[in-house]
Write a protein that binds this ligand. Structure first.
Ligand code: ARG
Length: 540
């Protein structure tokens, strides 16, 4: 069954070519024979057109079904009952610098994926890995030790994770003149793994600065983390697994003492699992972490939301788990996403040219506030601020989610906040407009089933789009693609706006029906935006 390119060819079409072969008949004849034979009250008519059998849905019946169902099920319209337990890993930062715009994309994806999973009836939990040990962490420590003068976030009145990040940048700057620093960082890691008191004390202090700062940022995104993991607490177990697998002969050892596996058969080459000096690397912890989570949650699926720069890492991780005999490795899924750039070019944390998540949100907040000042200057300040925050978040979420997750994004703040284009604020605005019609009309949902009058084209297309929502939500769930939902929402809003321009609702002889249609629209748009983790506003 195909969807024909134009409405004149019906809503669905069946090409008869496949039958032509089997029946050894001309497909045009098959189409006309079938057209004469089948009928159903679901279809206004079924017509042969050349080799195609075209089906025209009975829109009145569709409208009756769709609107009654939407207004009965409300926020549950389109939902399902799959009942799997799914873990989503996000945003898993390193504790040597604040969250940047890439983490924002990560968090936003995770929150949308969570809503999509829940809407399909799954239990979805967000788990976070804090990568709080390793050479990169030692870099911030060393720079602080050398150049920090015992500064504190309080003394400098600075957000604490930003202070940590400053020293990460400082390290990279100093490294240019003094390459020895690289060795110092490696030595610092050895000391840390050996439990050197001074190193540990400084690490604890700076780590808590980083983590406390993250917490504040998560709050701005309304991110709720169900469980936190810390690399510092799990990496040793990772080491043990590597050594056990060495005993079993699945891991090899080099002359210099490094442990590695050869994954060239899988096309992944050789992979070190423990360095020659005995220290663990990034992947060491991940091996154990997967086992730990499986034991703790016995999940049906585990989705790692991590940038596509780490595709190789996850290919290796999954290959290792398979090699070590864990058959549930097929429940693990790497949801990768593309980089986020600004118009000014690629970001680098080390050089301090990143866009920080906190700054980003603040900038969007003030852009949104400007828009609100322009339109509704007489609102109380508190109300303005609350609306601005929601609008800013909707702008960011929508801008990120409307793009295929694998594609890179060039973020343009002003564009994202526009009320008139394909943006989050435009969708919120359209929603609020529908709600204001209902308020003005003092609309109350009638308890009786909705009567459908003769329908015009704009009403028909609005109803079609509304009735497509469940199928679209399912598709987005199966492919974990929020962009399908974003595109659907935008189309829905546009169709509504066209409908609204060509049909005066209030005062029309069909007012009760039209109000039900507006109510159904606002409900479905709300459901759809919820899947993007975007909260609606009743007034805007
Ligand atoms: N902390 C890592 C980074 O910032 C990402 C961790 C991804 N998750 C994992 N289980 N390895 O690059």
């Amino acid at each position: 069954i195909e969807i024909p390119p134009s409405q004149e060819l019906g809503d669905y079409s069946f090409p008869c070519f496949s039958l032509a072969k089997q029946l050894k008949k001309n497909p045009n004849n098959i189409a006309s024979e079938l057209a004469a034979k089948i009928s159903s009250k679901e279809f206004e008519r079924i017509e042969a057109k050349g080799p195609y059998l075209n089906f025209f849905i009975n829109k009145k019946l569709l409208a009756e079904k769709a609107l009654n169902e939407i207004l009965k099920l409300r926020e549950k319209f389109g939902s399902r009952k799959i009942k799997e337990k799914v873990l989503i890993e996000s945003p898993s930062p390193n504790t040597n610098k604040p969250l940047h715009i890439g983490h924002a994309r990560n968090i936003i994806l995770a929150q949308s994926v969570k809503e999509i999973l829940k809407f399909s009836g799954n239990e979805a939990l967000i788990v976070n890995l804090n990568n709080d040990r390793g050479v990169h962490i030692c870099k911030s420590l060393i720079a602080y030790q050398k150049y920090g003068n015992n500064q504190t976030p309080e003394k400098l009145n600075k957000k604490s994770d930003h202070l940590v990040g400053d020293y990460y940048v400082k390290f990279a700057q100093e490294l240019k003149a003094n390459p020895e620093l690289e060795k110092e960082a490696q030595e610092c890691l050895v000391k840390w793994e050996k439990g050197d008191k001074k190193t540990l004390a400084l690490w604890k202090k700076m780590n808590s600065w980083a983590l406390n700062g993250f917490k504040e940022t998560y709050k701005k995104f309304n991110l709720k983390i169900d469980k936190n993991y810390f690399e510092s607490k799990i990496y040793k177990k990772g080491k043990e697994i590597v050594l056990e697998e060495f005993k079993k002969g699945k891991v090899n050892k080099k002359a210099d003492g490094a442990y590695f596996v050869d994954l060239s058969k899988e096309g992944l080459g050789e992979k070190i699992l423990l360095r020659a000096d005995g220290t663990a690397i990034y992947i060491t912890q991940d091996i154990y972490l997967a086992l730990l989570r499986k034991k703790e949650f016995n999940f049906d699926k585990m989705i790692y939301i991590v940038a596509s720069e780490q595709n190789y890492h996850f290919q290796v991780l999954f290959a290792l788990l398979k090699l070590f005999g864990y058959d549930w490795v097929n429940k693990l899924y790497h949801l990768n996403y593309g980089l986020v750039n600004l118009e000014s070019g690629r970001m680098k944390s080390r050089e301090g040219t990143v866009v920080d998540s906190d700054d980003l949100i603040q900038e969007l907040d003030s852009l949104a506030l400007e828009e609100i000042e322009k339109r509704y200057s007489n609102l109380p300040d508190k109300e303005k601020k609350q609306r601005a925050e929601k609008i800013a978040l909707s702008a960011l979420r929508y801008y990120f989610l409307k793009v295929d997750k694998n594609k890179e994004i060039v973020f343009k703040p002003e564009e994202s906040i526009s009320f008139e284009r394909n943006t989050g604020p435009y969708l919120l605005y359209t929603y609020a407009r529908a709600r204001s019609i209902l308020r003005k009309a003092k609309y109350k949902k009638s308890k009786k089933s909705i009567k459908i009058p003769a329908l015009n084209d704009s009403e028909k297309s609005l109803i079609s789009q509304l009735s497509n929502f469940p199928e679209m939500a399912k598709e987005a769930y199966l492919s974990l693609s929020p962009n399908l939902i974003a595109n659907y929402s935008f189309q829905l809003a546009q169709i509504f706006n066209e409908f609204y321009h060509s049909n005066p609702v209030i005062g029309s002889e069909n007012e009760p029906f039209l109000l039900s249609l507006v109510d159904s629209f606002s409900q479905v748009l709300k459901n759809s935006l919820k899947l993007l983790s975007i909260e609606t506003l009743e007034e805007m």
